[in-house]
Design a protein. Structure first.
Length: 259
């Protein structure tokens, strides 16, 4: 098929998250094909996915294996902790010119999002978030995915984004950085945007997993998610002594611009 969306989810909790995300996608894109890769296909919600594929050897980053197994020529991979709140419109047309498209991650001034596994890059080349990945099923892209999976397996464990950062820095693959509305990690940006700034499309937040960690009731809609993120934002600033009145100086504490 020409285009579609895939989710990768193992275990009942993550499968339930992926199903909630898929329902949000269906509400705004009812005609788009949606597949699930999971360790227990029989447990998937009946009728929700167009195809359910079994993961034979699941691990913490099974997505690196499953992304290359897509049946679509153009694929949008979505993490389970996402909500699709507006139609994707012409997003897939990006792949007319690029093999791959992702958005920058947040917390770009921290060591966590600065790090690569082997490469040291400029501050302006941080990690890209691997929870929303748009890609073409081409020879060069499948080779890139294979190398990403191989290097992650060699590393043994940990996060996949430092390896992805290294590969993108070294590679000649044509990739595009998506605007934040297609992978809105900091959903409190919705409070700052003016009417003509953007159309929020894919919300992506760990707050959608808080109930799995015993941190409150399950969040199931965008309104509740924004409220939770506002509270988390306040707590983040309180943890570093509060916000200074100067809107620029408040960010200087502990920030590193070095590679």
């Amino acid at each position: 098929m020409d285009k579609g969306v895939i989710y990768v989810a193992t275990g009942s909790d993550y499968r339930a998250l992926a199903e909630a995300s898929a329902r949000s996608l269906r509400a705004v894109e009812p005609g788009l094909a949606v597949d699930l890769f999971t360790d227990d296909p029989d447990a998937a919600a009946p009728g929700l996915f167009d195809a359910v594929h079994r993961i034979e050897t699941p691990h913490s980053r099974s997505k690196l294996d499953c992304m290359a197994a897509t049946r679509f020529e153009r694929t949008l991979f979505l993490d389970a902790d996402t909500l699709v709140v507006n139609p994707l419109a012409d997003l897939f047309d990006i792949l007319d010119r690029f093999e791959l498209a992702l958005a920058h991650d947040v917390r770009r001034a921290t060591a966590l999002i600065r790090e690569g596994r082997e490469e040291v890059t400029p501050y302006a080349f941080p990690q890209l978030n691997s929870g929303v990945v748009l890609y073409r099923r081409s020879e060069v892209m499948l080779g890139f995915l294979s190398e990403w999976a191989r290097r992650y397996a060699e590393a043994g464990s940990g996060r996949d984004q430092p390896i992805l950062k290294d590969l993108l820095w070294r590679s000649d693959i044509r990739f595009y950085v998506l605007p934040p509305e297609f992978n809105l990690r900091r959903v409190t940006l919705l409070d700052a945007w003016e009417p003509g700034d953007a159309v929020p499309t894919i919300l992506h937040s760990h707050r959608l997993m808080d109930h799995m960690r015993g941190q409150g009731a399950r969040i199931e809609d965008a309104g509740a998610l924004v409220e939770a993120e506002r509270a988390a934002l306040t707590a983040e600033w309180e943890a570093v002594g509060g916000r200074e009145s100067d809107p620029v100086a408040r960010f200087a504490k502990g920030v590193s611009r070095s590679g």
